[in-house]
Design a protein around this ligand. Structure first.
Ligand SMILES: [Zn+2]
Ligand SMILES: [Zn+2]
Length: 221
């Protein structure tokens, strides 16, 4: 039986996966802009160098083909921007987490994205470990979404009431494979334990409600 903490880790990893895809695209755009800027600056410097030489011959002026070729083949260097640095720090955090969860980088995991390694084991973690992992993943997800002005993950499940609080505030998390789908209520709708009417298969007090891929609620997503 999947523990709700494991489901939350699965949900958080899926959400972060989507956020990182958006971040990768933004980093590409950022790099293109910075490269273009560096080229403009380099070209401006080169134009200075092409000023006509004083003297009657005028050699080395605008018609200097050697100088022009050098500028078009040498790419100016540019440093990582804010988004590239966010990618680097997020990946470092995920690598550290993955190494701790699957027992250091093994040969099998070498070259694998650290978040993919984490996603492969969320439902096998001890519930207390899954809870801590969720905190890390949610924090990384929030940092990226805040930076890029992205909405929180998930789609509103309109019209369906929460079996516990009866509000129509359910959210479906269905961007990943079917086996990772979940439905959540609000973060303040907490389970009350074994007698909670929420119909979660494993009911644990104080965990925000979450229903897994096998639950009928998820089938409505
Ligand atoms: Zn609820
Ligand atoms: Zn409950």
């Amino acid at each position: 039986m999947t523990h709700p903490h494991q489901l939350h880790a699965t949900r958080a990893a899926g959400s972060l996966n989507t956020a990182r895809t958006h971040l990768d695209n933004a980093v590409t755009a950022e790099a293109n802009a910075r490269r273009a800027e560096a080229r403009t600056i380099a070209a401006a410097g080169a134009i200075q160098a092409w000023r006509p030489m004083p003297g009657p011959s005028g050699q080395g002026g605008h018609g200097d083909l050697v100088g022009r070729t050098a500028v078009s083949t040498l790419e100016p260097e540019f440093r990582d921007g804010r988004l590239a640095r966010l990618t680097t720090s997020t990946t470092a955090t995920l690598t550290w987490l993955a190494d701790n969860l699957d027992g250091r980088s093994t040969e099998a995991s070498f070259g694998m994205d650290p978040l993919a390694r984490i996603q492969a084991l969320t439902t096998r973690l001890r519930p207390s470990t899954a809870r801590h992992l969720t905190l890390w993943l949610d924090e990384a997800d929030t940092r990226i979404r805040d930076t890029l002005h992205l909405d929180p993950a998930g789609q509103a499940l309109t019209g369906i009431r929460c079996p516990r609080c009866a509000r129509r505030k359910l959210t479906a998390h269905t961007t990943g494979p079917r086996t990772t789908w979940t439905v959540t209520c609000t973060t303040t709708c907490l389970c009350t334990g074994p007698n909670c009417p929420c119909t979660m298969p494993t009911r644990v007090a104080d965990i925000p409600h979450i229903w897994g891929p096998d639950h009928p609620l998820t089938a409505t997503a």
